[in-house]
Ligand binder design. Structure first.
Ligand SMILES: Nc1ncnc2c1ncn2[C@@H]1O[C@H](COP(=O)(O)OP(=O)(O)OP(=O)(O)O)[C@@H](O)[C@H]1O
Length: 250
């Protein structure tokens, strides 16, 4: 079943040039879809539309069959209960003045989720592989990778159906990135995920399907294995060529 559908979505900022043109793809429930494209291809703009921060000028976005109406406040509140995001920068996305307990339970308060918030936070912190005493500490006491785990705990604590990940591992060093990608892989077994990145290597490792965006247009979309084995578009080939490879022994 399809959880997210984009139908002929078009968008421009103000009266400017089209930044997204005729974007159509689906995210099946339970799948892990990668949206890949170089800087300026429109990935962040598409996420802004999916978060309801901007409205498409043409086409529409459907979540679980219902059109997303950014101006319908009650509908957007209901949508936000079901969709959470993880952003790129683990340093600026966590409020330094707050303890982790307050940061991780924040979505539960703002979404008015009933139940024992502390128990839910403990569960989320354990799910991302951090120790229970994490909740009593402050963000500055953690490394970049640990902070991103905390951001992931905050995203999953309300048990959303869809996770939107925006360059969520790009700011991490290589070995930390590998571990956080593993964590996303684990989480994606339980939730649907749209993983947005300029890094084809990460997307190929993590996603069942890939949508390739180039200057606001989808140039290729399909199953990861198909795209890796037989990229059709020159742009996809160039993205694939940019993946670092292990040197081959003579
Ligand atoms: N607020 C804005 N006002 C006007 N134009 C914008 C605005 N934000 C982005 N753009 C333009 O929209 C296009 C797509 O940008 P977008 O940030 O969505 O791409 P991206 O693929 O996410 O790139 P990056 O990875 O560098 O963030 C670019 O040409 C950019 O200059």
């Amino acid at each position: 079943m399809t959880l997210l559908t984009l139908e002929n979505v078009g968008f421009s900022y103000g009266k400017g040039q089209r930044v997204l043109e005729d974007i159509s793809f689906t995210v099946p429930r339970g799948s892990n879809v990668g949206l890949v494209g170089e800087s300026g291809s429109g990935k962040s703009t598409l996420l802004r539309l999916l978060l309801g921060l901007e409205r498409p000028q043409t086409g529409r976005i459907l979540f679980d069959g219902a059109p997303l109406e950014a101006r319908d406040a009650p509908a957007m509140r209901a949508y936000r209960k079901r969709v959470q995001a993880v952003f790129q920068d683990p340093y600026s996305s966590l409020n330094p003045a707050h303890r982790i307990r307050r940061i991780v339970t924040e979505p539960l308060r703002s979404l008015k989720v009933p139940g024992d918030h502390l128990a839910m936070a403990q569960e989320a912190i354990a799910a991302v592989g951090l120790s229970p005493d994490t909740l009593d500490r402050h963000p500055h006491q953690f490394s970049g990778g640990q902070r991103q785990r905390i951001a992931i705990a905050r995203a999953i604590v309300s048990r959303p159906e869809l996770i939107l990940a925006d360059e969520a591992v790009s700011a991490l060093d290589l070995s930390t990135r590998v571990r956080v990608v593993d964590l996303f892989e684990e989480i994606s077994e339980r939730m649907t995920m749209l993983f947005v990145s300029h890094d084809m290597g990460v997307v190929a490792a993590l996603c069942d399907r890939i949508v390739v965006l180039d200057r606001g247009h989808i140039v290729e979309a399909g199953e990861t294995a198909t795209i890796l084995n037989a990229p059709q578009h020159p742009y996809t080939r160039s993205l694939l060529d940019s993946i670092p490879r292990m040197p081959v022994a003579p």
